[in-house]
Design a protein around this ligand. Structure first.
Ligand SMILES: [Ca+2]
Length: 232
């Protein structure tokens, strides 16, 4: 009898252990399902979606779909701009000032605005340019491009403290500045300020972006600036 009950206890223990293991297995997929969404989408959206999904059933499902759709739309737009055949990325940059007096390829140096965008989340990131002070006022970045074009747009990719751009100028081949946009920058989060204008009569290979950093408190960072145009 004793041996039987010991055996029974042993079997029961093994069954319970098995159930326990299965429980912990089922938790894992739900966690890893959330992971890809947060890495591929707009930085603020997925965590909100995760909280909503945990809160309640059908309504949460609808909200999650809407968040995913918005994230997908954002990603498609980023990709379209990045691969625009009429778009060029800067090859040379100078700035009014840089964080910690960064030079060359240092984090936050002017050169961090050259090339295609490489900041992947809305955050303080050394792959973008930041001026020396957070809220000093007027700061600018001056950029040169490989080919002079008759321009139709400038796209400024803002990666932190978005919304502080106040002016965009193009320089013609005589070095004369032309203001193509001035006003209130509506950009929020990691996104482009897109400025479209009638094709310029002059050719340009130089763009200057001016910020008023006191407008948006904290660090204001620019990841990349695209010049859009054609050679005729
Ligand atoms: Ca960058």
């Amino acid at each position: 009898m004793r041996a039987d009950s010991k055996l029974l206890c042993g079997i029961l223990f093994l069954i319970l252990l098995g159930v326990g293991c299965k429980k912990s297995e089922t938790k894992e997929p739900s966690t890893s399902q959330l992971a890809p969404a947060s890495s591929s989408a707009a930085p603020t959206a997925p965590s909100a979606a995760a909280t909503t999904a945990a809160a309640s059933g059908a309504v949460a499902g609808t909200a999650e779909v809407a968040t995913k759709m918005a994230a997908a739309e954002w990603a498609l737009k980023q990709d379209e701009i990045k691969h625009d055949p009429n778009g060029q990325w800067a090859i040379q940059a100078t700035a009014s000032s840089t964080y910690n007096d960064a030079q060359g390829n240092d984090s936050f140096a002017a050169n961090q605005v050259t090339g295609p965008p490489n900041v992947t989340a809305y955050a303080d990131n050394g792959l973008a340019w930041a001026p020396k002070e957070q809220d000093a006022g007027i700061e600018w970045i001056d950029l040169k491009y490989p080919s002079p074009v008759h321009a139709t747009a400038v796209r400024v990719r803002e990666s932190f403290g978005s919304g502080a751009v106040v002016k965009i100028e193009l320089f013609d081949d005589q070095g004369v500045a032309h203001t193509v946009w001035a006003g209130n920058d509506p950009t929020t989060d990691l996104n482009y300020l897109v400025v479209n204008f009638p094709k310029t009569a002059y050719a340009t290979a130089r763009v200057k972006v001016t910020l008023a950093t006191n407008v948006i408190p904290g660090w204001n960072e620019i990841d990349a600036v695209q010049l859009v145009g054609t050679d005729q």
